[in-house]
Design a protein around this ligand. Sequence first.
Ligand code: GRF
Length: 211
Amino acid sequence: MARKRVAVLISGRGSNMVALIEAAKEPSFPAEIVRVVSNDPSAQGLQRAEASGIRTAVVDHRTFGKDREAFERALQGELEANGTELICLAGFMRLLTPWFVTRWTERLINIHPALLPDLKGLHTHARALTEGRKWHGATVHFVVPEMDAGPIIRQARVPVLADDTEEKLAARVLEVEHRIYPEALRLVSEGRVQVVGGACLVDGKPVETFS
Ligand code: GRF
């Protein structure tokens, strides 16, 4: 079966992007990373992608002022020009409008550093600590217009330890992010994920979640 053509969208350091690139180097991996696109020309991840031989593009949101749709039309143009079939958001810090999201239903994937539906939004590690959570983790999900609310493809948890700082907890979560994002991309690319009634089934079975 042909490998799925994947674009990875980033805004920053791109460690999840690297995990996806590394996984896709394996010849049997069912997806290839055809482009890394950043909305920020100074994103560290751009250099990391180029060092791995992946072509990059910048669609700088600032050149479009407040016109989110114009930015998204430019992004869409870039993705279409590369024959993108699936998009992975990896630390992409722009909210996407329904105009864009609905064009990519079940083909647009995100990773969130928490056990969704708990702790949507930003600063999840700090919030897990102040709220005294015993468990924290990461979630890979399809993107829907409502933020961090899409069907869960894969989730993994880590314990919150007594002497945790935000940094220590973030590092523990990042380790599982780097494992589950490629796993989720594999499942989607192999056509093993089906959305039924707003939730994912993988190989016909409900996804294991921990929230
Ligand atoms: C990750 O924690 C991811 O879950 C969140 O943003 C962070 C991006 O980190 N969406 P990186 O750029 O992949 O290193």
